[in-house]
Write a protein that binds this ligand. Sequence first.
Ligand SMILES: [Zn+2]
Length: 297
Amino acid sequence: MKSHHYVGRFAPSPTGPLHIGSLLTAVASYVDAKSHNGKWLLRMEDIDPPREMSGAADSILQTLEHYGLRWDGDVLFQSRQHSRYEAAVQQLLASGKAFYCTCSRSQILAASGSSSYPGTCRQRHQPPDQPFAIRLQVQDREIHFEDGLQRYQRCNLQQQGGDFVIKRKEGLYAYHLAVVLDDALQGVTHVVRGSDLLDATFCHWYLQDVLELPHPQYAHLPVIVNAEGQKLSKQTFAEPVPLADPGPYLLYCLQALGQSPPDSLRGASAAAILEWSCEHWQMQRVPHQRCIPQQTA
Ligand SMILES: [Zn+2]
């Protein structure tokens, strides 16, 4: 008998230590899973070594532990999943749904007048002699889904982006492919993540259709932006959250997520704050917008 119907996850990239923006996503996905008596899995999305920072994966895991955000089961590292990704790429090539593409960015721009892929290499079903990416052919049809927070979403990928890359020229697997395969492998039923990934969800939805994988339910949270309107990241010099005294940072996240933690939780332990959060969590109170400005204390 299945004891868990809800399987959620948090999937950071080890590009830097955990900052308040990624903590917000961790808290929301954790509390939503636990308030449904579900599992909360952890996946390290380490498939892009040039963007990664040495020690960041360990630092993220240590910070989550200090914040009381305990994951279920073992951490899944994408860097150890390459054979599964390659098998899917080969399957898509063999079925004619994916093709070899030798186009450069400037060739795509010149052929289409936009960054949308114009379908130039669609007939390339044999590996060429020059460096190539592998793209998934998209059909001219509308994809639509109901997002838990951002409501009804629709997109025709052929008109917006076109055939997309599943394996890059450098030999790295594309995020879209890895995330879809791993959500399916881990049995993820609910994806709670930042709205900066809302547009990517159309590619994920499409890949799930092509690979005959189930669609999880998606909810895209508002992302915290700095005074310049940029998402917090290593590139925008977001500060790491401190290991000591997690309480104020957890309370900040809950308030940003539209919840109303009582004053009595000030000074409380991370465990006590998370326990209150799981008992009182209301997803419908999370702001239904893509961005929220960072509040300074
Ligand atoms: Zn091409």
